[in-house]
Write a protein that binds this ligand. Structure first.
Ligand SMILES: Nc1ncnc2c1ncn2[C@@H]1O[C@H](COP(=O)(O)OP(=O)(O)OP(=O)(O)O)[C@@H](O)[C@H]1O
Length: 351
């Protein structure tokens, strides 16, 4: 996720490194037509927006969920662009008190799109205020404490909330229910990622061979942000080592240098699998223990590494903890323990 800076009203601007920012801004699709992949989400969202535009009303609130880097921020920007409305950006961790949200809501104009990244990390009181605002376009702001407290009504013009979360399951039901349209973004397949890499290379006027584009796409963990980042590393490598030639050999050498393996696993992915197999005999092991073993936050392992490992069929979340599958052992080049092939891994349980 990007680093963020907050102004005094809690509105944030995402600020990754300066190079990152310039790069992402240049490559971000601006309309649904420019967006590659996620066909179903694109079609559904396009209907929601076109219908709202035809009626002359603000679009329904939209909830976007999925792992980092799949395009949630991009979609929020596209929504604002398509309905020609100003976009205001904030984030759950910046809204720790109901008053933080009230300050933001008091500055909302008619038709504005309010993007709340990591919406599952807002405080409970702020969540309650938000769902009232989403439903009634009006909230009561409580001023003061105890018997002297008074509620001041705040009318808010119709606006659209776009919430983004890596964990839709963490949102309380009443808040989730206020979103008229919910989209679950999925990892991109290699063909779509290849198109994204090709588009980025064209925008940057890079002479990238098709095979190099394919190599980058297949090592991008199904994630456009990673595809663009790897493209940047391959470009660096080509500029310094190959006299600017961006072919398959350059892509392979650059990606090997940056320790991205042939199927896109990065250092954290491999650390999780290695700890699971080498230190815990393949599991089951609890998420917190696994996180300590790889020296990472529990949330990072759960939200960044695990979804892709589960998607590849390398890791299973079972009621008793995380378990490495036979495919994980094989990928690490380790012998699959006897009997594991027959093991029933049980049901998905993220606890
Ligand atoms: N469908 C797509 N087509 C082309 N480029 C894309 C697409 N989706 C995302 N990108 C590119 O990937 C980068 C990351 O996208 P974005 O910031 O929207 O991800 P995100 O899901 O909001 O991530 P986070 O959860 O970390 O905020 C952007 O720079 C954008 O250019």
């Amino acid at each position: 996720m990007n680093d963020e800076q907050f102004d005094e009203s809690g509105v944030v601007t995402a600020v990754a490194g300066a190079e990152d920012r310039a790069f992402e801004a240049a490559l971000r699709p601006r309309t649904l037509t420019e967006l590659i992949g996620q066909d179903r989400v694109r079609e559904q969202l396009s209907l929601v927006l076109d219908a709202a535009i035809a009626r002359g009303s603000t679009p329904d609130h939209v909830l976007l969920s999925g792992p980092p880097g799949l395009g949630k921020t991009t979609l929020a920007m596209i929504i604002a662009h398509q309905v020609a409305a100003p976009l205001r950006i904030t984030s759950g961790p910046a809204i720790q008190h109901a008053g933080d949200l009230a300050a933001i809501l008091s500055g909302i104009g008619e038709g504005d799109v309010l993007f709340i990244d990591e919406i599952h990390r807002m405080s409970r009181p702020a969540e309650e205020l938000l769902y009232m605002a989403m439903e009634d376009f009006r909230v009561d702001v409580v001023v003061g404490k105890g018997p002297g407290a008074t509620a001041i009504p705040l009318e808010i013009p119709p606006f659209t909330v776009v919430g983004a979360t890596t964990r839709a399951g963490l949102l309380p039901g009443p808040l989730r229910d206020r979103f008229g349209f919910t989209a679950q973004l999925d990892f991109y397949d290699a063909a779509d990622l290849h198109r994204i890499v090709r588009r980025s290379a064209d925008l940057l006027a890079l002479d990238l061979s098709d095979a190099a584009g394919h190599e980058i796409a297949s090592r991008s963990r199904g994630t456009p942000r990673i595809a663009n980042r790897l493209l940047r590393r391959v470009r660096d490598f080509a500029e310094v080592r190959t006299g600017g030639v961006l072919d398959e050999a350059a892509a392979r050498a650059a990606l090997d240098l940056y320790e991205v393996d042939a199927i896109g696993l990065d250092r954290l992915d491999r650390a999780v699998l290695t700890a699971l197999c080498s230190s815990f005999g393949g599991g089951p092991v609890g998420l917190s223990t696994l996180a300590v073993a790889v020296g990472e936050e529990r949330e990072t392992v759960e939200e960044v590494a695990e979804p892709f490992l589960v998607r590849l069929g390398f890791l299973a979340r079972t009621p008793r903890g995380r378990v490495a599958t036979p495919a994980a052992w094989r990928h690490l080049g380790m012998a699959v323990p006897a009997g594991l092939d027959q093991l029933t891994l049980g049901t998905d349980d993220p606890s």
